[in-house]
Design a protein around this ligand. Structure first.
Ligand SMILES: Cc1ncc(COP(=O)(O)O)c(C=O)c1O
Length: 373
């Protein structure tokens, strides 16, 4: 790095900057909601749900409080007995697995492949007479091999709940993430590709009965038309003000995805020649990467990430310690070599629509400098 390029602070994401880019639209939505006192279950929620379903390509969308709620409800609807087993990847955010446990089923972990998603060649060995469902997770904006997952599910009569929390807008052969399985689950946590201003989540589905059930369960089990309680439910409705903001941001998403792809292409052009880095470009025909995260593998592991941080670049290293190694979760480590290997090496570079070209060049210069380039 030259004198000229040192030293900057580059944030992983910049919610303040993004707010500045959208201020007139977001503020107008805020005042409209506030002036009408339209806080719970109002038109903004219904509009956002309709637009989300359209974007994903499903008949219905149900707004909930978080990605976790979306997953837990989607699994709970399908679990019939505590002996039911659900296949989940060993490398994912802990909420995927916790949703299975809290929905009353038993998670069965399967290792991932080089693309960080469930290794479909290992699913068969994990299927037992008690297996009822599969939860593929589409990590970082890149989908699990859904044609394979659906084929396996069909053959073994399993339901499929997609954890699409990190992949809004990605697709395989033009069919959107969250539109393949029985349910697609979304997180609108602020750092997500479509992030709210607090927690938020959603479910997409073509199943009318399930959508109606989820609408009741998110509202303490109550049918809002009749006032009848159909089950012991939860309080996990997506707030109307969040829906209003998310609906605005959803309109910008295609443009933001294009920007993310351009940044990823620049990273690839500048870092692709470094032999100790493995970049997240998988080039499978029909698969579309939207780069929610740009997670590379550095052979030097934490040393590379520490260098980036020391030079002002905020990077994420999810997850150095796989979730099944946390004793409090009571899970068994039956050996997941790919998860182990990638956990030592992962490093996510800043990736968001609000990143400037100058910042991208600084990130690149910093990464190259680590290798003496
Ligand atoms: C893969 C994955 N699953 C589940 C979740 C849970 O979403 P939330 O934080 O909105 O509950 C997240 C987000 O943090 C995620 O990245």
């Amino acid at each position: 790095m030259t004198e000229k390029t040192a030293v900057k602070k580059v944030k992983f994401v910049s919610p303040r900057r993004l707010y500045g880019m959208l201020k007139p639209e977001l503020d107008a939505a805020y005042f409209s909601v506030m002036e009408r006192g339209a806080l719970i279950n109002q038109r903004e929620l219904r509009d956002f749900e309709a637009n989300l379903a359209k974007f994903v390509g499903t008949k219905y969308a149900v707004g909930v409080n978080s990605g976790y709620d979306a997953l837990m409800l989607s699994v709970k609807y399908r679990v019939k007995s505590p002996a039911d087993e659900v296949i989940v990847p060993a490398h994912t955010f802990v909420a995927s697995c916790s949703a299975v446990v809290n929905a009353g089923a038993k998670p069965v972990l399967v290792d991932v492949g080089a693309d960080f998603n469930i290794d479909c060649s290992k699913i068969k060995a994990a299927i037992t007479p008690r297996t009822r469902g599969i939860m593929p997770v589409h990590l970082s904006g890149w989908m699990a091999d859904m044609p394979r997952v659906m084929e396996i599910a069909e053959k073994h009569d399993l339901w499929v709940v997609e954890d699409a929390c990190q992949s809004l807008g990605s697709s395989i052969d033009g069919r959107g993430a969250g539109g393949w399985g029985d349910a697609g689950c979304w997180s609108f946590y602020p750092f997500k590709i479509l992030g709210g201003y607090g927690d938020g989540g959603g479910i997409t589905t073509d199943d009318e009965e399930f959508a109606a059930w989820a609408r009741r369960l998110r509202y303490n089990g109550e049918d809002r038309e009749t006032g009848e309680y159909h089950a012991h439910g939860y309080t996990c409705l997506l707030d109307n003000i969040q829906a209003a903001w998310l609906d605005i941001k959803l309109r910008h998403l295609p443009g933001w995805i294009a920007r993310r792809k351009a940044i990823a292409a620049r990273y690839k052009a500048a870092l692709g020649e470094l032999p100790n880095l493995t970049l997240p470009h998988y080039d499978r025909p029909g698969f579309d990467h939207v780069y929610q995260n740009y997670t590379l593998r550095a052979r030097e592991g934490e040393k590379f990430s520490a260098w980036m941080r020391e030079h002002g670049v905020e990077v994420l290293t999810q997850f150095r310690k796989p979730y099944y190694k946390h004793a409090g979760l009571g899970l068994k480590d039956t050996g997941f070599p790919e998860t182990e290997a990638l956990s030592r090496e992962v490093c996510s570079l800043p990736m968001c629509a609000e990143l400037t070209d100058e910042e991208v060049e600084y990130i690149i210069a910093t990464a190259r400098a680590f290798y003496g380039k």
